[in-house]
Design a protein around this ligand. Structure first.
Ligand code: KIV
Length: 276
């Protein structure tokens, strides 16, 4: 009964939550990318990416908005369904959009839709202390959860811009405590965006679950970047942590493979991509 799920006729078995935990335990870097459609999902998977996120960044890179705030659950389901058709090995995570998890019942309903209609294997929500009850409720129903801390783009209007978080000692301590409480509440992964290296390192060392960073320095369990930033499709100014992998490669697949290799051999992120 389980053979089909575990093998699906592939050279390498599909990645699951246990694989990701084992990678953390063994110190094997976890290479992650976003994707939004089936064609790129095929390439991202072929490049050896371990985890693929259908991020609400789709509001910015696909739909052309300035923020992720306008993205809806239906939007994420549409793109998750497309990505799921292109993946063979990578673990598929889908974002819970703005205001889709304000209370436990609503969060559970929307998470179920992302998994049943979209094909996601885990959902991601932007959370801190305020989301503990939501994470507990989802975990109690066996919904795998990734909790996103640090810069939370859905709160951009409250924060006042896309800026590094956790520079002040009190803020860093609070983030560490939140990460621990989210793990204790049932989060299976913590994602840290735009925090100083020291904060990324402290949280990674404190947690048993994998910590994936984007602009969180080199001392985390894995790295994630927005696909269009890696391929230099994004127009205008990109954040400091972005590296353009397309410039030295003649195909998107070669660029994506170079990204995965750089994460695995620790050559990405370099000091110029980090905040300290
Ligand atoms: O929406 C997204 O793509 C994300 C990444 C920036 C991690 O949350």
């Amino acid at each position: 009964m389980y053979t089909q799920l575990e093998q699906r006729g592939m050279p390498q078995p599909p990645v699951n939550v246990a694989t990701l935990r084992k990678m953390k335990a063994e110190g094997t870097p976890i290479a992650c990318l976003t994707a939004y459609d089936a064609s790129f999902a095929v390439l991202v998977d072929a490049a050896g990416t371990d985890l693929v996120l259908v991020g609400d960044s789709l509001g910015m890179v696909i739909q052309g908005f300035d923020t992720t705030v306008p993205v809806t659950v239906d939007d994420v389901i549409y793109h998750t369904r497309a990505v799921s058709r292109g993946l063979r090995r990578a673990f598929l995570v889908a974002d819970m959009p703005f205001m889709s998890y304000t209370e436990p019942g609503q969060a559970l309903d929307n998470a179920v839709r992302l998994m049943q209609d979209g094909g996601a294997m885990m959902i991601k929500l932007e959370g801190g202390e305020g989301q503990i009850e939501i994470v507990e409720h989802l975990a109690r129903h066996d919904i795998p959860v990734c909790a996103h801390l640090g810069l939370k783009p859905q709160s951009v209007h409250k924060i006042g811009g896309f800026r590094v978080q956790g520079r002040e000692p009190d803020q860093a301590r609070e983030m560490l405590e939140s990460a621990q409480r989210l793990q204790d509440s049932g989060a299976d992964i913590v994602l840290l965006e735009c925090v100083p290296n020291e904060v990324g390192k402290a949280i990674t060392e404190a947690l048993e679950v994998p910590v994936i960073g984007i602009g969180a320095g080199p001392n985390v369990d894995g790295q994630i970047l927005v696909l269009y930033d890696v391929l230099d499709i994004t127009q205008g100014r990109t954040p400091r942590f972005v590296r353009n992998f397309q410039q030295d490669h003649d195909s998107p697949l070669a660029a994506l493979s170079a990204y995965v290799t750089a994460v695995k051999d620790h050559s990405y992120p370099a000091p110029e991509h980090c905040f300290s």
